[in-house]
Design a protein around this ligand. Structure first.
Ligand code: CAA
Length: 389
């Protein structure tokens, strides 16, 4: 049965920080952030955009009436969820007008959550071929002002509709996964900010990639030559480059060059947005599809998902004919080009804002609320209040 990604879209807040200016403010050479880390702009989430509203905005950008009627599962992958009990999926379900008979669940395993959603969606559709599943990867990456992770923050969401006979990418059912209990990156319940062992996290990412890639090749008999392009979880775009260098270490130079060329297209959006944790791999896939050259039907794309803590998975898919007709390149470029630049002091203030920790009521006021379809207006009697324009 042919199961895969039928639609994909994304949303990111309308404010950003310029990485060269951030580097200057931190007394660091700008080239460290733009070349060494590989980021140009970093999306910042104002208080009125949380993981729920970001996901709802991403979903609303792709859903039509047929989707809303046929979606019977909403899977919300996130590591910046807003409630210990209620899933973000329930709010997204309501805000997007999906039929009431759908199920709604949140999935958490660091940046791996949306991939778990994809695997679950594939199994569900195999049993229910008429179903559609909405898979969301939505996050706000926060390490804090003047921390080592500061240039690798970001905010945004990717929404995907999975179905049988998809129009974009058919997914293969032969992936390789790995779980190991390690402490490379985590966020305790009491902290707004992630804790990270930066260098160890880079190494863990590459070790997981090596393990699952070797395992995948053994299981499937496929090699690098069977792939037109590779996409990766991109916490910062240099990490994807490190991944390609590791995968092609013993390959001919032409193989490496081919993958590097597609890698440039696959990081176009990530460079402008920063890390969106669960959504980063899928933002990179979207970037490849929209910003890369038109690839032949049947071209195989590799996907490496990594969620610290840690779970990794390598899987693959093949492109459908005319997939370019079902994308929204212009819309996504405008979304990023029409953002407002924050000064460094505005950014620092915005990053440190949070809802009252004692649960006091709050009404959020902001000029930037005019952007986006869905946003948070405040908290009343401990209940988040969302508005859809
Ligand atoms: N010009 C060009 N390049 C320069 C430069 C300059 N002037 N100055 C430094 N660089 C290069 C360095 O050589 C280095 O390159 P390599 O990585 O290729 O060696 C790069 O810039 C970064 O320099 P440092 O290693 O000195 O940077 P750092 O100590 O500030 O740490 C970091 C970088 C570890 C990524 C840190 O930002 C961090 O902890 N980020 C968060 C953790 C993270 O993203 N981990 C990724 C794997 S875990 C994961 O993927 C899950 C997730 O989403 C978090």
């Amino acid at each position: 049965m042919d199961i895969g990604i039928d639609k994909i879209g994304f949303y990111s807040p309308n404010v950003y920080v310029d990485m060269e200016k951030l580097a200057e403010a931190r007394d660091v050479e700008p080239a460290k952030y733009t070349i060494g880390i590989g980021q140009e702009r970093m999306a910042i989430a104002p208080l009125h955009q949380d993981s729920v509203s970001l996901a709802a905005n991403a979903a609303l950008s792709i859903l039509d009436e047929d989707d809303k009627e046929k979606i019977d599962f909403v899977l919300f992958g996130s590591e910046s969820g807003v409630d210990h009990s209620k899933s973000g999926a329930v709010w997204v379900h309501q805000l997007t007008g999906i039929n009431k008979e759908a199920r709604s669940v949140e999935l958490k395993q660091a940046c791996y959550g949306a991939t778990a959603g994809i695997k679950m969606a594939m199994g569900h559709i195999a049993l229910n071929p008429e179903s559609k599943v909405l898979v969301l990867g939505t996050d706000i990456a926060k390490y804090g002002v003047k921390t080592g992770g500061e240039p690798t923050q970001g905010a945004g969401a990717v929404a995907m509709v999975l179905s049988s006979n998809p129009r974009l990418l058919s997914l293969d059912n032969d992936s390789a996964a790995l779980t190991k209990d390690i402490s490379d990156f985590w966020r305790p319940l009491y902290s707004d900010y992630a804790f990270v062992d930066g260098k160890f996290s880079n190494q863990a990412y590459l070790d997981f990639l090596n393990d699952v890639w070797v395992n995948y090749q053994e299981k499937t008999g496929r090699t690098l030559k069977d792939f037109e392009a590779m996409t990766f979880h991109v916490p910062y775009t240099k990490m994807g480059k490190k991944a390609i260098l590791a995968m092609t270490e013993n390959e001919e130079e032409s193989e490496r060059d081919r993958l590097m060329e597609y890698y440039q297209s696959s990081i176009y959006y990530n460079k402008q947005v920063g890390n969106i944790y669960t959504g980063s791999l899928y933002l990179s896939l979207l970037s490849l599809l929209e910003q890369g050259p038109e690839l032949e039907a049947g071209s195989r794309i590799g996907l490496f998902s990594y969620g610290s803590g840690a779970v990794g998975e390598f899987f693959s898919g093949t492109l459908k004919a005319d997939y370019k007709n079902y994308l929204s390149k212009d819309k996504h470029e405008s979304l990023l080009n029409e953002r407002r630049e924050l000064s460094i002091s505005e950014y620092e203030e915005m990053l440190q804002q949070s809802l009252p920790k004692d649960g006091a009521d709050i009404e959020i006021e902001s000029e930037d609320m005019k952007e986006g379809t869905v946003y948070l207006t405040g908290v009343k009697e401990h209940i988040r209040q969302y508005v859809k324009k």
